[in-house]
Design a protein around this ligand. Structure first.
Ligand SMILES: Cc1cc2nc3c(=O)[nH]c(=O)nc-3n(C[C@H](O)[C@H](O)[C@H](O)COP(=O)(O)OP(=O)(O)OC[C@H]3O[C@@H](n4cnc5c(N)ncnc54)[C@H](O)[C@@H]3O)c2cc1C
Length: 508
């Protein structure tokens, strides 16, 4: 019997694993592909923490609450902003090579942050620096790391999570691992949508595993669309970081005109949902599949120094970002909601924790503030180490729970992952309405009920994507308002009665 079974090897899995191992615990970490394959590795902009002389946790808290559009839990946000600076210092001590300026940690500003508080590494390669450093740290501990091992099910005994069933992704061999604490660190679900900045491993597995085990989920309807992913024929949905706008990049429509300043006083630095919708509307108005991001007015050497990864990636497709306009469009980016946890990462299922993008701690509310997600991982991973025994603490934010049953569906399309992604993009994407959501739910339910028992990694992922798609769509249908990242054309404004979380649970 191990102390911890950790599922996932992004920042959440690796950071938790090294904390536990260094405290003397016996840890197994399973991850479904190579260790470094995860969302973390692609993070560009950086990690937010109020460490600057002009900054304070209170200011960081205010910005986070504003971005969360009335649904960030103030108790969770206080924990994030107050404990964040100490956790970031620990990350520095672990060896993450954050960029410096004149001997001090360099801090940049991103959209909707009122101060320069974003630490970055390698210019725009923050996630890769964190992932590589933490993988190196874990390698020097006793953690038993098992790559190419898919977690397929949480093992329950008397209602308590006691282990994980696994499938070897290379041999197809089935196995099981047991531990006192099971930690889901499985990341997001960008693969739900046709256009995404997420890698292929982001298939919502953790939400599906936790749901089937009886945990509650919430806020999936607030899936965040990043305003600016590269939109170029033949190129993947590569992210063009918010920091590019933070450093002075501007958006232009097909006529070369700026358009964000008429939509929000902060123009290109408005909250993500507003910029994403502004771009989407501009694309519809001009019948185009992209707008332009322009950094040509900035000193070329500064751009290349600050954004080497973006410059290199674009150059592969013949774009010189210091001289050419960059074609960009919104793409699915971050799973704002997830498995409900308390302030110690405990889920509703005894023995089961969730940390990182898979978790819904209350921090992000209806819209995540840029660079808060990496910070949230560090803060909650540390708190998880000192979690009291179950039951999990009661909600610190108004929450109503609903038992969701999956009725029979109707829909004629045959299932494959691309059809699911297209349906989600079209009907459950940046702009939604009741009819489109209902139609999507009917088709998803029909697919779900026709799904055979999975036997391969891809089939497990498909089943997980389907389940998470149904949960997200059901929540988006119920939430009759627009708020943060959830925008409905038939309910275009926030409504006071929806100043709460909608927790979904399955019939046990
Ligand atoms: C392009 C991009 C840029 C970003 N930029 C920033 C930024 O600048 N700042 C910021 O704060 N956030 C940023 N984010 C968000 C942030 O990177 C993620 O929220 C964060 O890295 C999530 O970490 P995680 O450990 O929870 O998940 P991940 O890093 O995605 O790790 C999940 C792990 O779980 C494994 N896994 C999943 N399912 C299973 C299973 N069933 N069995 C076994 N293993 C499984 C995966 O293979 C992976 O190893 C960005 C995200 C993207 C995609």
């Amino acid at each position: 019997m191990h102390d911890y079974i950790i599922v996932g090897s992004g920042i959440a899995g690796l950071y938790t694993a090294q904390l536990a191992a260094r405290a003397g615990a016996r840890v197994i970490l399973v991850t479904k592909e190579a260790v470094e394959e995860c969302n973390t590795r692609y993070a560009q902009g950086g990690i937010a923490a109020a460490i600057g002389a002009e900054d304070s946790p209170a200011k960081h808290m205010d910005d986070t609450l504003v971005a969360g559009a009335g649904l960030s839990d103030p108790a969770a946000v206080a924990v994030l902003c107050e404990e964040g600076p100490a956790r970031v210092r620990e990350l520095i001590e672990l060896g993450v090579p954050f960029d410096t300026h004149e001997g001090e940690i360099a801090l940049t500003r991103e959209a909707a942050h009122s101060a320069r508080r974003i630490l970055h590494a390698g210019g725009d390669a923050t996630g890769a620096a964190i992932e590589t450093t933490l993988a190196g740290v874990v390698e020097h501990t006793t953690v038993d790391v098992r790559p190419w091992t898919l977690a397929t099910e949480i093992i329950l005994e008397d209602g308590r999570a006691v282990g994980v069933r696994t499938l070897d992704a290379r041999t197809g061999e089935r196995s099981a691992v047991h531990g006192r604490k099971i930690v889901l660190a499985t990341g997001g679900a960008g693969q739900l949508f046709q256009a995404t900045t997420n890698p292929t491993v982001a298939t919502g597995d953790g939400v599906a595993l936790a749901w089937r085990a009886g945990a509650a989920v919430a806020n999936l309807e607030f899936f965040q669309f990043h305003p600016t992913a590269l939109r170029l024929a033949g190129a993947p949905g590569f992210l063009i970081s918010e920091a590019v706008r933070g450093e002075g990049g501007v958006l232009r429509n097909q006529d070369g005109e700026r358009f964000m300043q008429v939509l929000h006083p902060d123009a290109e630095l408005a909250p993500r949902d507003i910029v994403a919708r502004g771009i989407a509307a501009e694309m519809v108005a001009r019948d185009s599949d992209h707008v332009w991001l322009d950094v040509r007015h900035l000193p070329a050497e500064d751009v290349l120094l600050r954004f080497p990864t973006i410059a290199r990636f674009c150059a592969q497709y013949g774009l010189n970002i210091t001289k050419d306009l960059i074609p960009v469009a919104p793409a699915a980016h971050y799973m704002t909601g997830g498995v409900i946890t308390d302030l110690h990462g405990r889920t509703a299922v005894p023995g089961l924790f969730a940390v990182g993008e898979v978790a819904m701690t209350g921090v992000h509310g209806a819209n995540r503030l840029a660079s808060n997600s990496l910070l949230e991982v560090l803060v909650w991973a540390k708190r998880l180490m000192h979690a009291p025994e179950w039951p999990m603490a009661p909600a610190t934010f108004p929450t109503t729970f609903e038992v969701l049953e999956f009725a029979a569906g109707s829909g004629s399309q045959p299932f494959n992952r691309r059809s699911l992604q297209r349906l989600m993009w079209r009907n459950v994407g940046i702009m939604r309405d009741r009819d489109g959501l209902q139609q999507a739910l009917n088709q998803l339910l029909a697919w779900h009920h026709a799904q055979p028992e999975p036997s391969s990694v891809a089939a497990y992922e498909d089943a997980n994507l389907l389940l998470v798609a149904m949960l997200l769509t059901a929540a988006a249908l119920q939430r009759e308002e627009s708020r943060g990242a959830h925008a409905r054309t038939d309910w275009p404004h926030p409504r006071a009665e929806w100043e709460r979380y909608l927790g979904l649970v399955k019939q046990l």
